[in-house]
Write a protein that binds this ligand. Structure first.
Ligand code: MOS
Length: 740
């Protein structure tokens, strides 16, 4: 029997695990609908120009073709979609076949609908698009940087910041590091590509969509189509990975609805793998200059971080890489800037730890370079500049265990045995390098609503219109509800992924647990109070006449605390009541948000092995210690951190999308050629979560764990590569050609 107070934090198995491994879990493209038609997206093959016309004869000749939708015949939408800017940052500038312009290669230019996927694909391939291409496209980052412009803001923060006189601080420093680093274009590659089924019934639209934000899809699609949101329902019970690309509504979602309208049938539109590389976001290439100055004992006197990131011509989306530099170290003077370089490419977007992933590579590489210049241990340098409050915001931390993370991580890794001399540690033909870096990610929270219902069989049904990216939302919310209701988790059914459930925020920015769990707790508290009230007022209950403050819920029983013999099963109370007892409640961030700076922190240690002759790089082990508030589920939480670390290894060693400089197409647009770590690339990953009580972040004390895992990893590996070889690689990924 689970004592209720042990449910939260327990390594409970995923409540959706069996449905997933048995194939019972239905993903967006798997919902069977009668009379379903199949759509394929046809995308541009030029980066810039105009569509002169279509030759559709051959396409129409393919059997089973139902509709070919282009800008010439697509339903005209309310004007706002042309100018874009629906609801930044989630509302994107979309390509909805409203006019003839082409803004990037692989941009949607037509949708072909047929009675089978094969027919649709064949017809799509036979649709000929004629283009006028008068102007040259900007397809390389160097050219794009000739014209830089500042973003309006950086995730709601100013694009540029300044504290003190950084120039004077630089001059004051005895030792300086001033280097330029580059991180490449990267593309999200969840196993499940973007997919939408659109089904009209009269003027009501149902969308089965693979999304991190069902309520956002409802709002934005409704606005784009000019319909009332109440007439639109979005369902997403399961997601086969999101990573940020599914945080926005992209063109294909609206196009599926338009195509279904045109076809007069429900339509399924699934992006193929190459279409994951263009119309649905990417991490943009960044060039970042990082300058640090310190006294001879390692105290920073100045820091300066200048970020240039690519964006598209149609939207200003910035990778916020300098945010981490504003908050990480105690440094009296500082300047940070963000600038955009526009290219004729698809708009970039959020990708796991947008900003902190790329920014931590740069800041934490530079800190390593400074430690070497100072002949100082990298941890000692970080501790010499440990920020006791957020230096950017001037606010105290809600909690911070980073010093403990350094200490415990170093101990578990065996850091004290490190000889700081590069190339000094060797095992046969393998050069060994040990590198470390700091990890961090902000703790975000938004308003959310949940509802809870107690049934006569003693079970509870709890729901919120949230999402589970595969990370454990179903499971953790079940734990929170079971804990609050004093029920065993088996008696709790938690549901999500339907806009008929109450509003919940985007599952992005590591925000779901911090936002939805307090709402689930509030709804369960509310239904508990209703239950108490009903029992007290019911002469047939052994608890009749007691005070609500005398009662508690224990393992499915309503119990009088002063006299535990007075008790009644929860289901009994509900049964006599004659109908389920239900309540809905919302929870939102309070004034703490303005009083504290909220971040999760961690320390990452990597052992790197570089082959002395082939320069092949391996990472046999990583140790990472994190302070993430209360970990809600020891198993799913650890898996999230583990997945982030694995991605950090991909970022360090493998991932890069290459634009063809002639056409602007991504040339490695497949899982075969877009390299991510495979099982054989991953060694031992040792994760420690330190105990941390944070009463300020939210009522559950949980910081997000979705994104911090990727941060710091690339720097720890780059620092390890330097320690192994004496070679500093400042442009990711660290492929062996850079070490020859
Ligand atoms: Mo995450 S990149 O905020 O989905």
């Amino acid at each position: 029997m689970n004592a209720p107070h042990h449910i939260i934090g327990a390594p409970m198995d995923r409540t959706d695990g069996i449905a997933k491994v048995t194939g019972a879990a239905r993903y967006a493209a798997e919902h069977p609908l009668p009379n379903l038609a199949y759509a394929v997206l046809v995308t541009s093959t030029i980066p810039k120009g105009r569509i002169a016309g279509f030759d559709a004869h051959e396409a129409r000749a393919v059997p089973g073709v139902i509709a070919i939708m282009t800008h010439e015949n697509a339903p005209k939408l309310p004007d706002q979609t042309k100018s874009g800017k629906l609801m930044p940052p989630i509302g994107r500038v979309l390509s909805l076949l409203q006019y003839d312009a082409v803004h990037y290669n692989n941009e949607p230019v037509a949708v072909v609908v047929a009675d089978s996927f094969e027919h649709a694909r064949e017809a799509g391939a036979r649709l000929k698009v004629r283009y006028d291409t008068a102007e040259d496209a900007v397809l390389d980052f160097e050219t794009a940087q000739e014209k830089l412009h500042p973003p309006e803001s950086v995730l709601g923060e100013p694009a540029d910041t300044r504290r003190g006189d950084a120039l004077a601080g630089m001059l004051e420093g005895a030792v300086t590091v001033n280097q330029t680093y580059v991180t490449p274009f990267e593309h999200h590659n969840p196993m499940e590509p973007h997919a939408t089924i659109a089904h009209w019934e009269g003027d009501h639209l149902t969308l089965y969509d693979s999304t991190q934000y069902i309520h956002g899809v409802r709002r934005i699609v409704a606005q784009t189509l000019g319909m009332a949101p109440e007439k639109l329902r979005v369902l997403c019970p399961y997601i086969g990975g999101g990573f940020g690309c599914k945080g926005s509504v992209w063109s294909h979602v609206v196009l599926a609805a338009m195509a279904a309208q045109m076809a007069g049938r429900p339509v399924k539109l699934v992006l193929d793998r190459p279409q994951m590389f263009g119309p649905v976001g990417a991490r943009p290439v960044t060039k970042q200059r990082l300058a640090l100055a310190s006294s001879t004992d390692g105290k920073l006197t100045a820091s300066r971080h200048d970020v240039i990131a690519a964006t598209s011509m149609i939207e200003n989306w910035i990778e916020p890489s300098a945010l981490i530099t504003r908050m990480m170290y105690d440094c009296p003077t500082q300047e940070t800037t963000h600038r955009l370089a526009s290219m004729d490419i698809g708009t970039p977007t959020f990708m796991r730890a947008p900003g902190e992933s790329t920014g931590s590579f740069v800041l934490e590489s530079a800190m390593d370079e400074l430690a070497i210049a100072l002949k100082m241990d990298p941890i000692a340098l970080r501790m010499a500049n440990y920020a006791e409050k957020d230096p950017g915001k001037g606010l105290p931390w809600s909690s911070k265990s980073l010093d403990e993370c350094y200490r415990i991580g170093a101990e578990r890794f065996g850091w004290s045995a490190r000889n700081p001399e590069p190339g000094s540690m060797r095992d046969g033909d393998w050069l060994i390098g040990w590198g470390m870096a700091t990890a961090t990610y902000p703790t975000n929270r938004s308003a959310a609503t949940a509802s809870a219902r107690l049934n006569a069989d003693g079970s509870a049904a709890v729901c919120s219109g949230s999402q589970d990216l595969g990370t454990g939302t179903y499971t953790v919310m079940t734990q929170v509800a079971a804990d609050t209701l004093g029920l065993p988790p088996e008696k709790v059914h938690f549901d999500l992924g339907d806009t008929r459930y109450p509003d919940a925020p985007v599952s992005g920015g590591s925000t779901t647990v911090a936002s939805v769990a307090p709402a689930v707790r509030a709804a369960c508290e509310a239904v508990k109070m209703k239950l108490f009230g009903i029992a007290l007022a019911d002469a047939a209950s052994p608890l009749a006449g007691a005070l609500a403050s005398d009662l508690e819920l224990q393992d499915g029983w309503l119990v009088h605390k002063g006299d535990t013999a007075r008790r009644e099963a929860v289901g009994e109370v509900v049964a006599r009541h004659g109908k389920p007892i239900a309540a809905e409640a919302s929870a939102a961030p309070g004034p703490e948000k303005g009083k504290f700076s909220m971040h999760a922190f961690g320390a990452v240690f990597a052992e790197v092995r570089v082959h002395a002759h082939t320069r092949e790089v391996r990472v046999p082990r990583i140790t990472a210690a994190y302070g993430v508030g209360k970990l809600m589920n020891a198993k799913t939480g650890r898996s999230q951190l583990l997945g982030g670390i694995v991605w950090g290894m991909g970022m360090a060693l493998f991932e890069e999308s290459y634009h063809d400089p002639e056409t602007g197409r991504i040339v490695n647009d497949s899982l075969a050629e877009y390299h991510v770590p495979v099982h054989a690339d991953i060694g031992d990953i040792d994760i420690i979560v330190v105990h941390e009580d944070d009463p300020h972040v939210n009522p559950l004390g949980a910081k997000g764990v979705g994104e911090i895992g990727i941060t710091g990893v690339a720097a720890a590996i780059a620092n390890g590569v330097h320690h192994a070889t004496g070679r500093r690689v400042r442009d990711l990924p660290i492929t062996l050609d850079k070490l020859l």
